[in-house]
Design a protein around this ligand. Structure first.
Ligand SMILES: Nc1ncnc2c1ncn2[C@@H]1O[C@H](COP(=O)(O)OP(=O)(O)OP(=O)(O)O)[C@@H](O)[C@H]1O
Length: 283
């Protein structure tokens, strides 16, 4: 098995030129490339020979009907699943199977479809857990609250306070997460992922279970994060509508296959995509 750090000797992918979007955002070269990915669970083929890339600074969506293979794909991107066939390239190097902390060190953070927060802990403490991979001082220094540990804690607090302001959750910072309504929990989860200062942020159905107002808020925050921090964002969604307004490019999956890939307009007018969403049978 080979991790990214072990494969540094391989030739990096050639950099590709980026472009500026109509709204002035900078889209760079390829950050992540999935090449001919196939993933099986026993006899079930969840992903069938799919290739696509994610560019620096873009919002990239993966959509598709139930069981299309979106979650499986997000788990391949996050390094949680390793495909039986194909290659995953990240920032110019081929990536092998990785532990979650290795993925975090590469600059990838994620949120989950079923919120994964500590209900009994405050909003602030939950978000602080997102800084763990950035903490450098040792256990002894932390336990004794000694010199470097104190400075580090202060810096981490500062970073977290900025995120709390950015996501407009100042008034609930001391509230135990278990007491919050669903939409706010999702926002806290986003805050925790941002606390890791990721280069690539993966969002697993960020709008699932939300009402219209909560969806609008979440859309705005996703756009703001991308705009303000330049964070590259890949998200999976079941609901086509919201995603089309948010994304620069969209991959559409159905029955484990890629049936569309392009700008929202291109994808919207793709007959295979229309059929899949209308439930037209495939051969
Ligand atoms: N851990 C697993 N073990 C066995 N089969 C799995 C596993 N995870 C997913 N599958 C199967 O792989 C296929 C794709 O599932 P996946 O959850 O990736 O789709 P999805 O597009 O995310 O669906 P949904 O929108 O319903 O969440 C399905 O047939 C599913 O039953």
């Amino acid at each position: 098995m080979q991790t990214q750090s072990q494969s540094q000797s391989q030739a990096p992918l050639p950099a590709q030129d980026g472009h500026v979007t109509a709204d002035g955002r900078q889209i760079g070269g390829v950050m992540m490339e999935m090449k001919n990915i196939t993933l099986r669970f026993g006899g079930v083929v969840a992903i069938k020979d799919i290739s696509f890339d994610i560019r620096q600074g873009e919002i990239r969506a993966i959509i598709g009907p139930n069981g299309a293979g979106k979650s499986s794909m997000l788990n391949v991107i996050s390094g949680f699943y390793h495909p039986q066939e194909g290659e995953v390239w990240f920032k110019g190097y081929r990536r092998g199977p990785m532990k979650p902390y290795e993925v975090a060190r590469l600059g990838i953070a994620r949120t989950f479809q079923n919120i994964a927060l500590f209900d009994g802990m405050s909003v602030l403490d939950n978000i602080m857990t997102g800084r763990l991979n950035r903490m450098k001082s040792g256990f002894l220094a932390q336990a004794l609250w000694w010199g470097p540990a104190e400075r580090e804690e202060n810096l981490n607090r500062e970073a977290v306070e900025k995120i709390i302001d950015f996501l407009e959750i100042q008034n609930i910072r001391k509230t135990p997460v278990g007491r919050l309504p669903y939409g706010l929990k999702k926002r806290v989860e986003l805050a925790r992922a941002l606390a890791a200062e990721p280069q690539l942020l993966l969002l697993d159905e960020p709008m699932a279970g939300m009402n219209v107002e909560e969806k609008e808020d979440m859309s705005r925050f996703i756009l703001d994060v991308n705009d303000e921090f330049g964070t590259t964002i890949a998200l999976i969604e079941h609901d086509m509508g919201v995603v089309m307004d948010l994304s620069d490019r969209v991959v559409v999956m159905d029955y484990g296959r890629k049936i569309g890939d392009g700008t929202p307009d291109e994808v919207r007018s793709n007959q295979d995509v229309i059929d899949a969403y209308l439930g037209v049978a495939h051969d």
